[in-house]
Design a protein around this ligand. Structure first.
Ligand SMILES: *Cc1c(COP(=O)(O)O)cnc(C)c1O
Length: 220
């Protein structure tokens, strides 16, 4: 299957309110260009340096999503151009994004990453931490970020019921939080293996890599 066919295949399964982010981490420029020519404009990358290198080489109308865990000292590389930062998992990171956004005289859209998986390695706020943090003055004084929504990753398991329950818990929390932050309109959940369940449970943005570009080299 070609990238174009893969994209058409996936798009045909997505309701119109769901945005497809093509995850191109570790993939060469040529393959991203191929997806671009097939009409794809939203691309996601995990590593700040890789993201900024690719940004300089590819068309300027691409919307770049930073989807992976982001170190505070890397924010400056992506702040000038990034469209959306998905995995904001600490107040320290959000403060740094605010600082870099201010330097670039812009407002950066962010998603708070919420920890929903039953795995120890995943990053994110708990529901309680997130709610508590949004009420603090430290958060409310950040004027150069906008919390556009939430992001979450389900446990890497073949148990569909568990995945569904985790996504559902995030959607419920999203609904509750939206009363406090009515401008939130993005719920980023679902990857190649679980996007169907994620959409059924209310996702508005899916992050799909291997189903578009093929498997990644697993040493990376
Ligand atoms: C790599 C990655 C994806 C895409 O994973 P696939 O299984 O290739 O679709 C989605 N979200 C995040 C945060 C990732 O790191």
């Amino acid at each position: 299957m070609s990238i174009k066919q893969n994209l058409e295949d996936i798009r045909s399964q997505l309701p119109s309110h769901v945005t497809l982010v093509a995850v191109s981490k570790t993939k060469p420029i040529e393959l991203i260009q191929e997806a671009y020519e097939a009409g794809q404009r939203d691309f996601g990358e995990n590593y700040a340096q890789e993201l900024s290198e690719k940004e300089t080489l590819l068309p300027k109308d691409i919307r770049w999503h930073a989807i992976g865990h982001l170190q505070t000292n890397k924010v400056k590389y992506i702040a000038p151009f990034v469209h959306l930062i998905h995995a904001v998992d600490s107040s320290k990171l959000l403060e740094e994004i605010n600082k870099q956004a201010l330097k670039n005289k812009k407002v950066i859209d962010c998603l708070l990453q919420i920890y929903i998986a039953k795995e120890e390695t995943k990053f994110g706020f708990s529901f309680e931490e997130c709610e508590g943090y949004l009420k603090t003055e430290d958060f409310q004084k950040l004027e150069n970020i906008r919390v556009a929504g939430l992001m979450g990753m389900a446990t890497n398991t073949s148990n569909d019921k568990q995945i569904r329950d985790e996504f559902r818990s995030l959607k419920t929390f999203f609904g509750k939080l939206k009363q406090q932050l009515p401008e939130m309109n993005i719920l980023s959940m679902g990857m190649s293996s679980d996007h169907k369940i994620a959409i059924e449970e209310g996702s508005t943005m899916v992050r799909i890599g291997s189903s578009i570009f093929g498997d990644r080299d697993h040493t990376k």
